[in-house]
Design a protein around this ligand. Sequence first.
Ligand code: ATP
Ligand code: MG
Ligand code: MG
Length: 291
Amino acid sequence: QSPLGSFLSGVRQRYPFIQLAGHKGDFISGQGGIIYKKSSVLEKAALESLMSDVLKPMVPLYFKAVQIEDSQGSKAEYLEMQDLLGNFTDPSVMDIKLGVRTFLESEVIKTTRRPDLLQKMMKLDPDEPTEEEKEHGITKLRYMMFRERLSSTNTLGLRVEAVKKAHEPPRNDFQRVKLRSEVFRVIESFFPPRDTEPELHDRVKRRILDRLEAMRDKLPVSSFFKCHELIGSSLLFIYDSTGKAGVWMIDFGKTSRVDKEIHHDLPWKLGSQEDGYLIGLDNIITMIGDC
Ligand code: ATP
Ligand code: MG
Ligand code: MG
């Protein structure tokens, strides 16, 4: 029995909700193509302003914030939005995180040296820390930058978070997928196989590329995009065996308004607030084109 069982009692879903990333408790699937995501200040503000921006067709429709009470009687705010899986049957789903950086500058401004982060780094690569760092520990910035170098985030401006193919269990073991050729193989394997299902392959790829190109055209003229840094935001790719396919921008939990204009196609330097969103988008468009 879920803690939100009372809220959901009598509600039956036609199809199961597939959640690839994030904390399991943060989503509740509703009825009629609606889901609820645990609210945060940044994501609520972002979705609100996206509903009156040219990017509206590229994101899940956002309806409102609602208070939901669990069985213990404590209330939390959730964001009611469109369930993008709603129109699909047994979908294949892929979450790709865009951008050359996945942490906020505000998360890494502390210069405290942390022995716990040194230990985590040593576990991943005992030769990474210098002798001086082994003695004094490492900052959060050093740790985050090290982690991002393991994946394709810095180099390609994107990383594969998770993939769920129809009738297969989800996979999220892509932390060390870094080379362009490795990323390409994962992306290629998400699409219907060209040799056994050539028509479906072409149809799905064409629809997805059309959507990505429409997105690429809208982003530079979006007033939302001009004044927000998009950190940890994903593209959610969905298709099913009927050839229905789409891709949407999701996850604005670390998307925030900034005072200056962001270019989105530059590498990041501490203080620049650049996110490299378009670097990742351009790379994904090229890679899918080559699939
Ligand atoms: P994290 O920050 O760890 O990436 P999060 O808690 O911010 O996670 P999201 O990334 O927004 O959560 O979503 C997690 C997963 O839930 C996505 O990978 C996707 O599978 C699913 N999901 C999110 N939003 C939607 C939506 N509107 N429709 C359908 N599925 C969704
Ligand atoms: Mg996410
Ligand atoms: Mg998030």
